[in-house]
Write a protein that binds this ligand. Structure first.
Ligand SMILES: Cc1ncc(COP(=O)(O)O)c(C=O)c1O
Length: 442
């Protein structure tokens, strides 16, 4: 690699600045290709050009799902009918009236220009009225609600708005990858605390704040939790807000599975806790309950200073969401509550089918009371003889069933696999039969 100074000098020279060198080319030494850049600054044709990416990329941990995704892709290309319980990518269709509205709005030429990066006001008003109706939370749509290009985009840019070198954020472990990557990409440090027991999680947050200097600046919570399926009651958030005020940390609640609760359980909103909007924001999404994952519609609501900071970042990075999508999203929020409830009931039935089937083949798995996943401890004897990744590869190779290895969610996930409820009941029964045959073949 050329020294930095030499490269910088070359990059600032224009073409005509490059000194002409009329001396004859040196004889080849036989020790590798002749570097023409030693003569006129240009690279030899056969020397690979080296791309110097930013060091922030090296802060990212290895992407653990790559191996599984590659095998899944190869199997499907080879014609295997793999049952995919890996990604939480909804496979059911959005409501027809929402799609019709999108078509109608797309035909309106006024919807094709750049939009507002924080979303059109009518959509933000609709989000505020959903919060009021469902959670009793009053939001000012002008300053306390923002539209994001999917909640993942909003979350990532919020981390960029809040975090910098030397700042630390607490994330739940096992972690949904973006909870940790977004902090790392913003140059922040991640403290991963186990999420399994909610009281212990709160106690560990308090302990960390008391003993770490500088104190964590941000705490990320995500209930119903992906991947562990842990849920909380409203009083968890009351305690969290108190802790936040006591220790001066901000809170981001990732409420992606807000709309999917089972057996009468309604996941509570962080923003319904007294004083929550003093310390934090909550992200919601239309990806899960509304089956609109590809549309990329999410929201950030709550603390106006945090939302203002996110707006500054988004104002530089994007021109807002395609307006026709925003118009259709208004219709979805306004008119499809019943469909969202039905979708939740569909996930509940799938949960039951999958759990019953797994129990039948001797795999005991706890029933979640919300979300789109089962979080299953790998049964013996496989847990003793192979890693989570090897077990997931085995199911994919031998049973044609894709699941997510728990280690993809950090070391705390080791020993588990995550199965998503995105396939229909028949396919889930089929998946259980295939898994049963694969595991009993040993
Ligand atoms: C916990 C959690 N947060 C955020 C997201 C991303 O949601 P969106 O599609 O709104 O970006 C997901 C998607 O799987 C998720 O599981």
């Amino acid at each position: 690699m050329r020294p930095l100074r030499q490269r910088a000098e070359r990059e600032t020279m224009s073409r005509t600045d490059i000194p002409q060198n009329n001396s004859p080319a040196p004889e080849p030494t036989g020790e590798g290709p002749l570097r023409r850049d030693s003569i006129d600054g240009s690279l030899a044709d056969n020397e690979p050009f080296e791309i110097q990416v930013a060091t922030r990329l090296s802060r990212l941990p290895p992407y653990m799902f790559g191996q599984i995704n590659q095998l899944l892709y190869e199997k499907r290309r080879a014609g295997s009918d793999v049952i995919d319980l890996g990604m939480g990518n909804p496979s059911d269709a959005p409501e027809p009236l929402v799609v019709d509205k999108l078509v109608e709005a797309a035909a309106d030429s006024r919807n094709h220009g750049y939009s507002r990066s924080n979303g059109i006001l009518n959509l933000r008003r609709e989000v505020a009225s959903k919060y009021l109706k469902k959670y009793g939370v009053r939001l000012d749509p002008e300053t306390e609600a923002m539209v994001c290009l999917g909640s993942k985009e909003g979350f990532s840019h919020m981390c960029l708005a809040l975090m910098g070198p030397g700042d630390a954020a607490i994330v739940p472990a096992p972690y949904f990858p973006v909870h940790m990557y977004a902090v790392a990409l913003a140059a922040g440090n991640v403290i991963a605390l186990e999420v399994a027991e909610s009281d212990q999680f709160l106690a560990n947050i308090a302990y960390t704040c008391e003993h770490l200097y500088p104190k964590p600046k941000l705490v990320i919570v995500n209930y119903p939790h992906n991947p562990s399926t842990v849920t909380v009651e409203a009083d968890f958030y009351r305690d969290l807000v108190q802790l936040a005020k006591q220790h001066d940390f901000m809170v981001i609640s990732d409420f992606a599975y807000a709309d999917i609760g089972f057996d009468g359980y309604q996941p509570p909103s962080f923003l319904a806790a007294p004083g929550a909007a003093d310390v934090g924001v909550e992200f919601t999404t239309m990806s899960k309950g509304y089956n609109m994952a590809g549309w990329r519609v999410g929201y950030c609501c709550g603390n106006r200073e945090m939302i203002r900071a996110l707006g500054v970042i988004k104002g530089y990075y994007d021109y807002g969401m395609f307006q026709a999508i925003q118009v259709a999203a208004i219709m979805a929020l306004r008119h499809t509550d019943a469909a969202v409830e039905q979708q939740s009931a569909i996930y509940q039935r799938r949960r039951d089918v999958l759990i019953e089937g797994l129990h039948r083949i001797g795999w005991q798995v706890d029933a979640p009371r919300a979300g789109m996943f089962l979080w299953a401890r790998i049964p013996r004897p496989w847990s003793e003889k192979m890693s989570t990744m090897e077990f997931a590869m085995k199911l994919l190779e031998e049973a044609d069933v894709a699941v997510s290895p728990g280690s993809g969610f950090g070391p705390v996930g080791e020993g588990h696999v995550r199965m998503s409820l995105v396939e229909n009941e028949n396919r889930l029964r089929q998946a259980v039969r295939q898994i049963g045959r694969c595991l009993s073949a040993e």
